[in-house]
Design a protein. Sequence first.
Length: 353
Amino acid sequence: MHQQMAEILLNAYAHPERRAFFYTFMGRTETGSERLNAMPYWDWNPQPPVQLPEGAPPCGTQSMALDFGCPPLITSDGREWCEPLIHDPAQVKDIEVPDVAQGRIGAQVKYLRRVAEALPEGHTHHLWAPLAPLGIAELMWDNSFYTALIERPDAVHELLDKITQYIIRGNQAAHEALGREHVNPTACPPLWCRTPGYYISDDTMCLLSPEMHREFSVPYINRITAATGPMHYHSCTWRPQYFDNLHQLENVIVFNWNPGNSEDPAVIMREFAGKAVLAPHIVHRMHRDGDVLKWKPDFADEYEFFKYFLDNRPDNGTVFVWFSNIVENGPVMDRIYDLLHAEGLTPQAQGLA
């Protein structure tokens, strides 16, 4: 059964232009529904839980900025962050590309070697989720960063080039350590996938004009893709003025966005159907987020919100939804499951479990 499910999903990744709909709560241990918890295979996750080695090193949003030398900062609630390193564009020329065997990325690579030894045959492991080069540059630079995009684009491009080199080397080291057969490039949402490639988060997109995003982000992301394989792309906020830039991204396998602060998902799914697997995620009370209230303010609950995705799935595209913390709401998840089962979209309805 696991192999059958994996083959169906791999075929969907290979042919995103075909009409298909999958869903998962991978990454969470149980739901708020006793009925679903009693079903070992109610969602599309062909990988049973496996015990991973202890001692996983931290690798958060700030990790690569710290590796470049940004001073660490502990926030008032005890979380690690980083202080900017660059206060003058002239500093960029003296910044060196870190050694991937050291720092946070080096620690991750060492841990991935241990993971590779522990994983059973056929199991995959999620890679880390780095920011796009522009997002890392923003962390490294002080409040003059967005002014520098206009006044000193040469220095910004020089920094972006160095960050891109580091991401490429880090991705290559991670793939080598984990082994191609174990690589799962998806990170957020944590979908099951068994293809080569990497994940990147391009959350600075909505902070720039489309023209600036096209100059300072798209080319560097495409360089990484060319060097390290297909891309699993995330940006929280998708708006129509950026659609052309998104179409210029090369070799994308998965597109993920935050439906709570983006364009109507029916518009997004119609626009990008067939280009890659479309993988929105749904979290608790997302149906009451500000942008959702602009395009459809009358969703009663997460069930109705999810049904909107199902009702608007494209005829020429594959959609793979991740249920985040909404799985804690048992009654909602029971209704969602019944809807999916009635549509023939559950593994059980397809005779797999």
